[in-house]
Design a binder for this molecule. Sequence first.
Ligand SMILES: CC(C)(COP(=O)(O)OP(=O)(O)OC[C@H]1O[C@@H](n2cnc3c(N)ncnc32)[C@H](O)[C@@H]1OP(=O)(O)O)[C@@H](O)C(=O)NCCC(=O)NCCS
Length: 436
Amino acid sequence: MWQLRLSHMSDTLTITDNRTGKIYELPIEQGTIKAMDLRQIRASADDFGLMTYDPAFQNTAACRSAITFIDGDKGILLYRGYAIDDLAERSTFLETAYLILFGELPTAPQLEAWIREITLHTMLHENVKKFMEGFQYDAHPMGILLSTVGCLSTIYPDARRISQEDGRRLQIRRLIAKVPTVAAWAYRHSIGRPYVYPDNDLSFTGNFLNMLFKMTELKYRPHPVLERALDVLFILHADHEQNCSTSAMRAIGSSQADPYSALAGAAAALAGPLHGGANEAVLRMLKEIGTVQRVPEFIRRVKGGDGRLMGFGHRVYKSYDPRARIIKQTADQVFAVTGRNPLLDIALELERIALEDDYFISRKLYPNVDFYSGLIYQAMGFPVDMFAVLFAIPRTAGWLAQWDEMLRDADQKIARPRQVYTGAGRREYIGIDARK
Ligand SMILES: CC(C)(COP(=O)(O)OP(=O)(O)OC[C@H]1O[C@@H](n2cnc3c(N)ncnc32)[C@H](O)[C@@H]1OP(=O)(O)O)[C@@H](O)C(=O)NCCC(=O)NCCS
């Protein structure tokens, strides 16, 4: 047994170890104690020392970061101190990516140079095209994306020079520019259409739409409302501090792997239905519900433990996800162009009932960013298989910013959590004939 006493006066934590009677004074810095400070607390000389048990890292800060701030209770999201609402209203994705990566909003010449640098890197090596052509005709675009990003590490062996800042910057530019091309080609591949080369006259999102949807016309002209809506969605998804895929990016990067390999791993983490696959799951759920009349029955099932209300709940937000609020406005603008998505009425009714229901209120379950984004993507003509891919494009900026920050952080080492071993004690090897 051991006891804790918090002293706010001296910003220390006093721990009395009842096993030994010893008292320990641990410093508290920025609302944390150092887990390694616990190691000195031992019951005996051969005791390994105290550790924390924190599956899924629910209460462990694994790094210091100056990129994204979230106050989950108040529903606040800031990139480098700027509110997500202001950025969604006034910034562009490439400007926001610059802010996330380099810490400040760019000046006009800096932004111009940044856009030029990204635009210059949108092409893919023809061997990458051949690599992509080898995928099964109906391969999932997310599988194509993450494998192809991994393949890029073989095209750019210089990416292993991660200790040099100029080398890292080059790979950052390449990745931000090339991931949309890979993503668009993954989509074209999955529907059996020829790949479209980048059009560098267009904006970042305009060119992405071009590579997705261009048919036989000589010049693709994106609809300005849809182009801006996608840009806003990209801003909203650019970073979200230490989520599952970002933690994967940092963990893989901590072994000093090249950024393409680390980013392929991050994209793999994003592919799961509890993370980037959630908006795909929302649409499947809405389709399964089918009509507004069936919403109460569905809510009853969820409350009875049969499935989850996808697009609701968040590990960090315990109030309305600020991104969901912005997305709802964007949805109205998109539907004015594309026509209303018939599943919207079901989503609105689900939200209305859930926000009044004690099950959801008491668990602080509110709509998250994925609740409405899938409806917008579908109205814009994207198949559900593409949703996680659309998430990966902007998140590339966040992953890279976090990776770069991790590499510059003197506190960081190769990620290597501890475990509490619960298996068998040492035992004698049994020959195969003697086994029962
Ligand atoms: C996002 C999510 C994984 C966060 O999970 P978490 O922080 O580990 O929360 P928990 O799974 O511990 O859930 C806490 C409680 O709320 C319930 N809950 C959480 N999300 C729920 C949902 N979407 N629908 C119904 N119940 C939900 C859990 O069953 C649990 O209830 P209990 O205390 O009675 O057991 C979870 O809310 C979820 O699965 N949401 C749906 C998927 C989704 O939209 N993901 C996208 C995130 S951006």
